[in-house]
Design a protein around this ligand. Structure first.
Ligand SMILES: [Fe+2]
Length: 254
């Protein structure tokens, strides 16, 4: 038996939905409590739901008792500051694991490639249950920044760059697709990220938002891209040599 996976993610590993139709008030993510947390790039996170309802960002398998990235416990002090964001995640009707706002400082395309990683979404997720994927809702209007996806991190031809205007909604099988964000700045980027369990509720929500499974890549300067690729790959290789393995292949973070 294996996990239930949604057919809509089979082709490309991602789907772009209609943008969020509601109103996003920056006060919500600006008033949240953030914690420094190692992730891909210069980041902080504000959890709205965590493994045990604490303001921390550990993988759910570190909880006592350990658990899969599902059944996140909502944090009242955070939900009260960002009720719209919590409702957005809860309103889908699917099982929510971690739910958090990420703050990402500006970076370069080479940084994004260096930071690209696979999420560890399904540790302890029992076979026969739904495959855990990630939902991203862009909060700040960063239409010149991209979510950079690759099916093979070593192969630029497998790359898709998805623009990030305010309200952009993406669903990504982030344990399958290498991902990171190239954020041009100058201000930090904020995004709501949560884990959802695949299943009929999530599929119904996706299908109601005009899902597109194959989006043309946003433009990039080919000279810059060609120069950045070996820089990033050399840094990735040096990191893997340092650790004796590639730590970005098993990231627990957003
Ligand atoms: Fe991630």
């Amino acid at each position: 038996m294996s996990h239930y996976r949604m057919p809509i993610l089979e082709e490309t590993g991602y789907v772009v939905l209609d943008s969020y139709a509601g109103v996003l008030d920056p006060v919500e993510w600006q008033s949240l409590e953030y914690v420094d947390w190692k992730s891909s790039g210069d980041t902080r996170f504000a959890p709205l739901a965590s493994a045990q309802g604490q303001i921390e960002c550990n993988g759910f398998w570190h909880a006592d008792p350990p658990k899969a990235d599902k059944d996140g416990i909502w944090i009242p002090s955070q939900v009260s500051k960002a009720p719209t964001l919590a409702r957005r995640a809860q309103g889908v009707g699917a099982n929510v694991g971690r739910c958090r706002v990420i703050e990402l400082q500006p970076n370069s395309y080479a940084d994004a490639l260096y930071n690209s990683h696979l999420d560890d979404n399904n540790r302890l997720n029992p076979e026969g249950e739904g495959w855990v994927i990630r939902s991203f809702m862009q909060l700040t209007d960063n239409r010149d920044s991209y979510m950079v996806l690759r099916s093979d991190i070593l192969d630029p031809s497998t790359e898709t760059r998805l623009a990030l205007p305010a309200g952009a909604q993406l669903v990504v099988d982030s344990e399958r697709m290498w991902h990171s964000v190239w954020h041009v700045g100058p201000e930090p980027r904020y995004c709501l990220i949560n884990s959802f369990e695949s299943g009929p509720e999530l599929e119904a929500w996706i299908n109601g938002l005009n899902p597109v499974t194959n989006v043309p890549s946003g433009p990039i300067d080919p000279v810059m891209a060609a120069a950045s690729e070996p820089q990033a790959q050399e840094r990735r290789a040096a990191r893997a040599e340092f650790y004796g393995y590639d730590p970005s292949a098993v990231y627990s973070e957003a």
